[in-house]
Design a protein around this ligand. Structure first.
Ligand code: ADP
Ligand code: MG
Length: 257
């Protein structure tokens, strides 16, 4: 794929549940190295769009092209292997594992493919080495997010904000190119919010691309560029934060038009 091409191209995505059309022709691009905001009133189809893009759900029609590859309908692990992930809430079952163990668990699906080596001579030491590398990478990731002092705590003991950081740590372990974040700041205190946003910018400068759903307009206006407004399952407006903020159609959509 050309480096100037958008990293993600979404074309005419549609998804209907029973009689409800959740996503109704959504079409947009995400450029490389951006923190693109995706906003819209409740029920606009933001979360469903995320699910369709990352393969959690299959679209009824439309196309998702990531880095030049048509990934429409790919299952999440396959999209992740290609470099596209979304964060997931940490399942309750993982509360009784430590923060470090949670971070190490994340890329197992990716590592698993290489386990065929286990049947070869010398494989035991290779597996041990892999485990050590994984542990080292997990430590580095926790350090980067300033979670390392909590490495031996149970995930269940984390605050809401720390849990959000751990969700981010888990997707970073996969070393993706693009991360979709669905309300990553919900329930996060201002100190941790600042930290998380600061880390997102650091990652962006490192070449990561983000698509961010967020309710807090201050966050969208100060940290996202461009901003895409979804309304009734399709893109209503797209532009700079200022353009979107000053667009009457956006105001109307939020007022329930
Ligand atoms: P948003 O994240 O923007 O709030 P969603 O994508 O969650 O919007 O939902 C869009 C619309 O689709 C809503 O009307 C919602 O009720 C409906 N919807 C989403 N998921 C389902 C589902 N699994 N079954 C039925 N309706 C759904
Ligand atoms: Mg949602």
């Amino acid at each position: 794929a050309d480096a100037d091409d958008p990293l993600l191209r979404v074309r005419n995505l549609e998804k209907t549940f029973g009689g409800i059309t959740a996503v109704d022709g959504a079409t947009f691009d995400v450029e490389r190295g951006t923190i693109t905001g995706l906003i819209g009133p409740n029920g606009a189809g933001k979360s469903t769009t995320f699910d369709l893009v990352t393969g959690v759900q299959t679209p009824d029609s439309g196309q998702v092209v990531f880095d030049g590859t048509d990934i429409t309908g790919w299952r999440p692990h396959r999209a992740a292997n290609r470099g596209l992930v979304r964060t997931f809430q940490i399942a309750r079952e993982l509360d009784e594992m430590t923060v470090l163990e949670n971070a190490m668990l994340a890329p197992r699906g990716q590592v698993g493919e290489k386990l065929w080596r286990a049947v070869l001579p010398g494989a035991r030491s290779a597996v041990v080495r892999q485990e050590e590398q994984l542990r080292e990478q997990a430590w580095e990731t926790l350090e980067f997010l300033e979670l390392d002092h909590l490495a031996e705590e149970y995930a269940g003991a984390l605050s809401g904000g720390q849990r959000k950081l751990l969700e981010l740590a888990r997707v970073l372990m996969i070393e993706p190119e693009m991360i979709l974040l669905d309300e990553p700041l919900a329930g996060v205190n201002p100190t941790l919010e600042e930290k998380l946003l600061d880390r997102l910018h650091a990652l962006r400068e490192d070449g990561y691309t983000f698509l961010l759903v967020e309710h807090d307009m201050d966050v969208i206006m100060n940290h996202c560029e461009p901003v895409i407004v979804l309304h009734q399952g399709e893109v209503l407006v797209e532009g700079s934060p200022e353009q979107v903020q000053n667009d009457d159609r956006v105001l109307e959509a939020y007022l329930g038009g």
